[in-house]
Design a protein around this ligand. Structure first.
Ligand code: 13P
Length: 251
């Protein structure tokens, strides 16, 4: 089965509402090749405004995190029904910044993914090793723990709808991209793990994105790899021109 590529922009903690509207307008006005999906994940504060702009386009709306609870005394959290109400169809969980800056554990990330799935949102589960972990030869072990922890208890029928994003921490915002061989090696490994956890035909359906200093110069080479099914883009997604080029990658 052909996996449909997904080019996703994670705007992180950037853009006022007016800035988000301007960026969304530029992206929504970009013709998207019919064989791929495009998603933008603005900050929560700009979701409603961006939704109005992308509603009539093919651009999918995503959020950057989600709580597992539906409602209640959870100050500072946003629930799956709230995101659905705003037109979100996808949500990033377990981003490296959530793990390393805010101390989110695999167990918490698993609850977020499970909560999202319960309400029909597609989780984009991020995993990735730090530089120290890579240099000490622990990359595969770390990724396996994050994957097992993040997917715990998620049945095959739900897992196959999910998206995995491999984002090596040392490549995020550093301008240092993993080489295409490093990316492919990890993606192949992750797909193998998914095949062990579920079955091969489920693993072949799950999209695995690469993230970490993706830009207009390296997107074509990354997308030429068999197991790279798309990109999760930070900095280069904040400029319409560069995100446009990424959307229009050529294999
Ligand atoms: P950069 O593209 O800025 O390195 O960020 C990657 C990322 O964290 C996307 O989620």
């Amino acid at each position: 089965m052909e996996r449909r590529p997904l080019l996703a922009g994670n705007w992180k903690m950037h853009t006022t509402v007016a800035e988000a509207e301007e960026l969304a307008l530029a992206i929504a006005g970009t013709p998207i090749p019919a064989d791929r999906d495009v998603m933008v994940a603005p900050p929560f504060t700009a979701l409603a405004a961006v939704r109005r702009i992308v509603a009539d386009s093919a651009v999918l709306l995503g959020a950057q995190n989600v709580c597992w609870e539906e409602k209640g005394a959870f100050t500072g959290e946003i629930s799956p029904p709230m995101l659905k109400d705003l037109g979100c169809t996808l949500v990033i969980v377990g981003h490296s910044e959530r793990r390393h800056v805010f101390g989110e554990s695999d167990a918490m990330i698993n609850r977020r993914a499970t909560g999202a799935l319960r309400h029909g949102l597609i989780p984009v589960l991020c995993i990735g090793e730090t530089l120290a972990e890579r240099e000490s030869g622990q990359t595969f072990q770390v990724l396996e723990l994050q994957l097992l922890g993040g997917l715990r208890g998620i049945p095959p029928a739900e897992a196959e709808r999910m998206v995995i994003a491999y984002e090596p921490v040392w490549a995020i915002g550093t301008g240092k991209t993993a080489s295409v061989d490093q990316a492919q090696e990890v993606h192949f490994f992750v797909r193998g793990l998914l095949a062990e956890m579920y079955e091969k035909n489920i693993a072949t359906q799950i999209r695995i994105l690469y993230g970490g200093s993706v830009n207009p110069e390296n997107i074509d080479a990354l997308m030429s790899q068999d197991d790279v099914d798309g990109a999760l883009v930070g900095g280069a997604a904040l400029k319409a021109e560069s995100f446009r080029r990424i959307i229009n990658y050529k294999r």
